[in-house]
Design a protein around this ligand. Structure first.
Ligand code: HMG
Ligand code: MG
Length: 309
């Protein structure tokens, strides 16, 4: 594969504090979440999805959204988008100081129903007042499409459905569409077919890749996306995560794995791998398990060996 068309720089959207933690069974304290975010900011991540203003009955782990917002480390250039499914969530996010939000829908009707209790059309009806309020408040809005490479309920998803929902999100003024392989079933082949379809109609700089690593294909899928000029990827430190409404889905691709691969390709991210591994160790210790990231595990094992020499 030629790497000539690859972007020189990639923007990583760190989703660990939100996508990573939303599915944790035991409560994670606000202090641990803020420690995680501080570590990520220190590692050089400049876009950190901090939390979600969703129903606490649906996702109890995000019930402390306002408290997380109140404790965020504020530094120039740092952005903290938050998820908002409806106007109620948007208003709460705005009151908590959010400057950027993300709305989310799906290319699968069944997933949309299970995740947000509404059809795809109804999700757009909920977005209309959010977009109007965001415009008034000068808040940037990102759009997510779930199930772009497969649905846990419907199986294969037609490419024209992904295209239609993505174009609809851009038409209502989302600045970018993040394409969720929610259950991590995509392969480089299906990823290439997806971008063959989307990039014929949508500029690559309006698209981002959001790959879960359930079937171990996330890095090859990112490599494939780079060939289409995609330069924004969502990832989660230590490979944390999974969607509560997506049975069998595991974590996002690990940020350490993405940064290690991009470093090897000479692509800039602005992220320090060493500091990221420290943060992976911090959150993994707090959750009482080893990082899912192969790179973090290898780096931590090497540190142990070097300390024993
Ligand atoms: P609903 O039950 O249909 O909503 O849920 P409702 O409007 O009928 O309200 C029911 C109750 O929820 C009411 O409270 C509302 O006040 C409250 P009650 O009167 O019963 O006490 N409520 C809220 N509370 C706090 N914040 C809100 C809010 N809205 C209503 N924003 C709703 C609809 C969308 C709220 C619900 O389904 C929900 O919260 N879903 C969130 C699901 C979620 O967070 N999923 C994970 C994130 S998406 C994801 O992970 C995929 C992604 O990573 C990409 C990928 O990988 O594919 C982005
Ligand atoms: Mg996700």
């Amino acid at each position: 594969m030629s790497t000539k068309a690859f972007p020189e720089r990639v923007r990583i959207v760190e989703v660990g504090p939100r996508d990573g933690l939303q599915n944790e069974k035991s409560p994670v304290s606000t202090a641990i979440k803020l420690g995680l975010i501080e570590g990520l900011a220190n590692a050089g991540l400049s876009v950190i999805e901090a939390t979600a203003f969703v129903s606490p009955k649906w996702v109890p782990q995000m019930a402390d959204a306002a408290a997380v917002m109140a404790g965020l480390p504020l530094r120039t250039g740092l952005r903290y988008p938050v998820l908002t499914p409806n106007l109620k969530g948007f208003e709460a996010a705005l009151a908590a100081g959010a400057k950027e939000v993300a709305i989310f829908t799906a290319a699968s009707e069944t997933f949309c129903e299970k995740n947000t209790n509404c059809s795809i059309d109804e999700s757009f009806a909920r977005f209309a007042p959010i977009m109007a309020a965001a415009r008034d408040a000068g808040v940037a809005v990102r759009g997510y499409v779930s199930c772009v490479l497969g649905c846990p309920f419907e199986g294969d998803i037609a490419l024209d459905r992904v295209l239609a929902v993505s174009e609809r999100l851009l038409a209502i003024d989302c600045y970018e569409v993040s394409l969720g392989d929610t259950i991590g079933v995509g392969t480089p082949g299906s990823t290439a077919r997806l971008f063959d379809s989307l990039c014929a109609r949508i500029p690559a700089d309006k698209l981002a890749g959001h790959f879960h690593d359930t079937w171990g294909q996330a890095l090859p899928n990112i490599l494939t996306s780079l060939g289409y000029g995609i330069a924004t990827f969502d990832s989660s430190v230590a490979g944390l995560g999974g969607c509560p409404y997506s049975p069998g889905a595991s974590g996002n691709v690990a940020t350490e794995d993405v940064v290690y691969m991009l470093n090897g390709l000479g692509i800039e991210t602005g992220v320090s791998l060493d500091a990221l591994v420290d943060t992976a160790a911090f959150i993994s210790d707090a959750l009482g398990r080893a990082p899912a990231s192969r790179v973090a595990r290898a780096a931590l094992a090497r540190r142990l060996r070097q300390a024993g020499e």
